[in-house]
Write a protein that binds this ligand. Structure first.
Ligand SMILES: [Zn+2]
Length: 86
């Protein structure tokens, strides 16, 4: 946080040149995905509370979308049943 002069470092604020106080630390690569990166300075980003919430929500939505895409379609389920592949 000190390195970022306590300002929000998200893409959105950078592009728009917003100046927001960073109050939270975000992991760019989620600790769920790589626990070893939780203390890696390159993986940390200072963010304002507002931006951190937004990024977390976006990530969650992307994950839900991915999970949905991996689910078999209605048609695939019927075909699997018909062919006893369930
Ligand atoms: Zn921001």
């Amino acid at each position: 946080m000190y390195l970022d002069s306590y300002l929000c470092q998200c893409e959105w604020c950078k592009i728009n040149q917003y100046i927001k106080a960073a109050t939270e630390v975000h992991h760019i690569i989620d600790v769920d995905e790589d626990w070893n990166k939780r203390l890696d300075i390159d993986n940390l980003q200072s963010l304002s509370h507002e931006c951190h919430s937004r990024i977390t929500m976006e990530r969650l939505r992307a994950k839900q979308k991915e999970a949905k895409a991996n689910q078999p379609t209605e048609e695939e389920i019927l075909l699997n049943k018909a062919f006893g592949l369930e």
